[in-house]
Write a protein that binds this ligand. Sequence first.
Ligand code: FAD
Length: 437
Amino acid sequence: RTAVVLFTRDLRVHDHPALAAACSAFERVVPLYVLDPELQKLSPNRTRFLHQSLADLREALRKRGGDLVIRRGDPVAETVKLARKVGAEGVGLSADVSHYARRRERRLRAECDRHRMFLRLFPGLTIVEPGALRPSGGDHYRVFSPYFRAWQGVRLRDELAAPKRVRLPDGVDPGRLPDPPKGDSPAAAVGGENAARRRLTAWLPTLHRYDDIHDDMAGDETSRLSPYLRFGCVSPLAVATRAGDRDGPFVRQLCWRDFYHQVVAGFPDLSTAAYRRGAREDWRYDEHALDAWTEGRTGMPIVDAGMRQMRAEGWMHNRARLITAGYLTKHLGLDWRPGLEVFFRWLLDGDRVNNSGNWQWVAGTGNDTRPYRGFNPVRQAERYDPDGAYVRRWVPELESVAGKAVHQPWRLPDAVRRTLDYPPPLEVPGADPVWLR
Ligand code: FAD
């Protein structure tokens, strides 16, 4: 008896419900990944990370006597073709929430039905499954706090061990995995389950400091697990279980990830349409400002530092994401959607769910209960980068400016300013921001 396990963004062998179930119920299991050329175009950084993660997964499966079978093309057609060829009874898959994933799942179900195979969906993408919690009178939670309270009460399933053995049917061509392509960011993290587990183990001893230090941009002490969670190199349940305290601030952040997944399950257009009815739509159009923001040359040091960190590492500190996104939408007055696309191109953790949920929250079009909150990038910078070390790290033109003066180069004496190769802040027609006065 044979089953196919289609991997998508669950690139691991530990705590993988679909793989564990297939290995215990079937003699032969075909772990499959289909490279979809459409997805590969979206982000060179993520494509590189994906290839590294696939190589690592293949290695883990080979150690267990199996292999990762690689195909290229339409995931539905390739999966069904292979399943029929090996005489599989059906296909197992981790359930996902995006438009793309749900369409893939519907098509796969139709094809499996047609060929009298089963399609079985498994949990694993989130800690608590999207749809497991429903507020009275609604199909999903729209506000975080009540969701978090309900979420804390859910009994979690036990973490699953990696299968000891994976037996491939005879005669399956495993297919070639091309070398990792070149990404855009020279200092990007390396993908794979091994790297993820190492990162988790190395970071956990600092967990007790998280509450104090997670907003310190120069300190840079958050877990940096987001790209690994994005590709499922580590299961979110395993991270939450190891972190322990479900009331703690770190697990609360993991809950935000679950929260946005259940939002997208209920509102699949989150990346393109305002979530809140009546939200503003009077965005400005200003290509020059958008380009300056994208390239990290707005003349607002904390914003430029964040954008340059993203371009260098494929990752940006959460506080910098809040500041850069807030600057684009609430100060420059530009639409959140092009901003979201810039993040989506560069971020290793870029996904339709967390990216859209957070952008909408910042832009005030989402689930923020205070959508009109004010925004002052200089005050943010002085609070979360008090000494200016984060800015000097990423904006070398300002390296010579000591202390927090680096956050407002326009206030430096003319003679000093002229020596810096750094632009004045972008102007916004009709705006007179307090921090420039
Ligand atoms: P930690 O602080 O160590 O948190 C642990 C994990 O919790 C993260 O890895 C992440 O999976 C989850 N998490 C933390 N904060 C959030 C949050 N606000 N929303 C959802 N999950 C969260 N995160 C993404 O994973 N993908 C994105 O595309 C993304 N886009 C963002 C866009 C904007 C405008 C903003 C403000 C935030 C965005 N975030 C996104 C959320 C957050 O910034 C990152 O998850 C976090 O910075 C990742 O670093 P870390 O792993 O060190 O986080």
